[in-house]
Design a protein around this ligand. Structure first.
Ligand SMILES: *[C@@H]1O[C@H](CO)[C@@H](O)[C@H](O)[C@H]1NC(C)=O
Ligand SMILES: *[C@@H]1O[C@H](CO)[C@@H](O)[C@H](O)[C@H]1NC(C)=O
Ligand SMILES: *[C@@H]1O[C@H](CO)[C@@H](O)[C@H](O)[C@H]1NC(C)=O
Ligand SMILES: *[C@@H]1O[C@H](CO)[C@@H](O)[C@H](O)[C@H]1NC(C)=O
Ligand SMILES: *[C@@H]1O[C@H](CO)[C@@H](O)[C@H](O)[C@H]1NC(C)=O
Length: 407
C-alpha cells in the first residue's frame, strides 16, 4: 500500500475579477468556447503542470545542502494552490504566477486555467483512493471580494470557513483539525502558530492511497543494504516482487520499473547509474515512454519499504523562479480592494508510505516459480527517483527522490 498526501498553504498577511459566465451543462465549462478548445485547455494546463514539476524538482534538488536529502512533493498540489491564488492576483503579480506555472507558454487565460483545474479536482471527488480539494479560512472581519470566493468555490471546490485569526491558537487548531481530517491523520499539524496579522489562509490538499494489484508477500521482505554513497551503507527492509514491467533506458543508463496500481495510477521507480544524468535528462517524453513499458522480466525485483514526510517553505524557490511580487508589493486586488495584501508563506507538506499491502490479501505470490532468471535481479538499493502518474491524462501527482530510505 502506498499513501501520499500533501497540503499546500498560502497565507496572507494584512498591511487587494473573475467574471463567471453561464451556459454549458458541464459546471466546469463556463467560457463561451467550443468543446475542442475546452479539452485543449485541459491538455495544455496538464502539460504546463508537468513541465512545472520538473522545474520545481530541479530547484528543490539544486541547493548543495540538499545533497543526500530525500525530496518529495506534489507538483499538482503546488500548481493548484498557486492557480487558486492567481484568481485574485492582478497585473504584474498575476503575470509572474502565470510565468512560473508555465501557463503563459501556452497562452492560457485565467478562465482556461480555472476550467481545467475544475475538471482535475472534480475527477478526484467522491473517490476512496484519492481526494483533492481547497479550503479558504477567512477572518470574520476581513472583507474579501465576493467574486474571488465564488470562483474558488465554483472551480476549485473550495470549502469556506470564517475564523477569528486574532485568536491565533483557536484558528490554528481549526486549520490543523481540518487538514488532519482530510488527510486521514497523516498530516496532523500543518500550522504551528499563526501570525496575528493573518487575514486569509488558503489551503490545498491531496490525499492518495494506492493499492498494489497484488500485495507483496511480507514473508519475502528481508533486511538488506542500501548504498547511500561510496562511503555509506544503511540497512533497509527490502520487499520482493516478481514479474513486473521494467526496462533499462540505455540512453540515460536508468532502470525503470513501472508499477501500476489497481486504479488508474502508476508508480515509476527510476534507478540511474548516475543521478545527475537522470535529473538533467528526465522529461515528459521519457515519462510517456516509460509508462508504456510492458516488458516484464522474470527476475526478482526488490524495492525498499520506506516512509517519508517533507515540509517545504517555497518562498525562496518561487522567488528564484520569478514569482517575487506576491511576497512583497503584490497586487491582490481581486481578493480585497480595501487592504494591501501580500503572501507571507507558501508551505508545502507531503507524506508517503510504501509497504507490502495490496488490494487483495497479500501472499498471493510465492506460487510462481522462477527458474528462468537469466539476467540479474533488479534491486533498488541505491538512490532512485520515483513518481506517481495518472495514466490516462499523464498528470504527475507526486515526484521525489530517495537518497536514503532511513532519513
Ligand atoms: C507577522 O508577519 C509580519 C510580516 O511577515 C511580521 O513583520 C510580523 O512581525 C509578524 N508578527 C508576528 C506576531 O509574528
Ligand atoms: C555523473 O554525470 C555527470 C554529468 O552528467 C558528471 O559530471 C559526473 O562526474 C558523473 N558522476 C559520476 C559518479 O560518474
Ligand atoms: C507505446 O507502445 C505501443 C505498442 O508497443 C507503440 O506502438 C507506441 O508507439 C508506444 N508509444 C510510445 C510513446 O512510446
Ligand atoms: C492593481 O490592479 C488593478 C487592476 O488592474 C488596478 O486597478 C490597481 O491600480 C492595481 N493596484 C496597484 C496598487 O497597482
Ligand atoms: C495601499 O498601498 C497604497 C500604495 O502603496 C497606499 O497608497 C494605500 O494607502 C495603501 N492602503 C492601505 C489600506 O494600507
Amino acid at each position: 500500500m502506498l499513501i501520499m498526501i500533501c497540503a499546500t498553504v498560502v497565507l496572507w498577511i494584512l498591511s487587494a475579477v473573475v467574471c463567471v459566465g453561464r451556459g454549458a451543462h458541464d459546471p466546469c465549462h463556463v467560457q463561451d468556447t467550443t468543446v475542442d478548445r475546452f479539452n485543449d485547455g485541459l491538455t495544455m494546463v496538464i502539460s504546463a503542470n508537468n513541465e512545472f514539476a520538473f522545474r520545481l524538482y530541479r530547484e528543490l534538488s539544486e541547493p548543495s545542502d540538499s545533497q543526500g536529502q530525500n525530496i518529495f512533493f506534489s507538483p499538482i498540489c503546488v500548481s493548484l494552490a498557486l492557480a487558486a491564488l492567481s484568481v485574485g492576483a492582478r497585473e504584474e503579480t498575476h503575470q509572474q504566477i502565470f510565468n512560473v506555472l508555465g501557463f503563459n507558454d501556452f497562452q492560457l487565460s485565467q478562465s482556461d486555467v480555472d476550467e481545467a483545474f475544475c475538471r482535475i479536482v472534480k475527477s478526484k471527488q467522491a473517490r476512496e483512493d484519492i481526494t483533492a480539494g481547497t479550503a479558504v479560512f477567512v477572518d470574520n472581519l476581513f472583507k474579501s471580494q465576493p467574486e474571488f470566493l465564488r470562483a474558488l468555490k465554483q472551480f476549485y471546490f473550495a470549502e469556506y470557513f470564517s475564523v477569528e485569526f486574532t485568536k491565533a491558537t483557536d484558528a490554528a487548531n481549526t486549520i490543523n483539525k481540518y487538514v488532519s481530517d482530510k488527510t486521514n491523520g497523516r498530516i496532523d499539524k500543518l500550522v504551528d502558530g499563526l501570525n496575528s496579522s493573518t487575514v486569509l489562509y488558503l489551503l490545498n490538499y491531496i490525499y492518495y492511497k494506492g493499492k498494489w494489484p497484488i500485495g507483496f508477500d511480507p514473508a519475502l521482505t528481508k533486511l538488506d543494504e542500501f548504498t547511500v554513497d561510496e562511503n555509506k551503507k544503511v540497512p533497509v527492509q527490502m520487499m520482493k516482487i516478481d514479474k513486473h514491467f521494467s526496462t533499462f533506458d540505455e540512453e540515460i543508463g536508468t532502470f525503470v520499473l513501472n508499477l501500476p496500481f489497481s486504479n488508474s495510477f502508476s508508480m515509476l521507480l527510476l534507478m540511474p547509474d548516475n543521478m545527475t544524468t537522470l535529473e538533467n535528462m528526465i522529461s515528459l517524453t521519457r515519462v510517456t515512454e516509460w509508462l508504456n513499458v510492458t516488458e516484464s522480466r522474470d527476475c526478482g525485483i526488490y524495492i525498499p519499504k520506506f516512509s517519508i514526510k517533507t515540509s517545504y517553505t517555497l518562498n525562496d524557490v518561487l522567488k528564484e523562479m520569478g514569482m517575487t511580487d506576491v511576497f512583497d508589493h503584490a497586487n491582490l486586488s481581486g481578493i480585497s480592494k480595501e487592504h494591501n495584501l501580500t503572501v507571507s508563506e507558501v508551505v508545502h507538506r507531503a507524506a508517503l508510505d510504501v509497504d507490502e499491502e495490496g488490494a487483495s490479501a497479500a501472499a498471493a505470490t510465492g506460487n510462481v516459480v522462477f527458474d528462468s532468471c537469466l539476467k540479474q535481479d533488479l534491486k533498488f538499493n541505491s538512490p532512485f527517483m520515483f513518481m506517481i502518474v495518472e495514466r490516462s491524462t499523464e498528470t504527475i501527482l507526486f515526484m521525489g527522490k530517495i537518497s536514503n530510505p532511513n532519513l
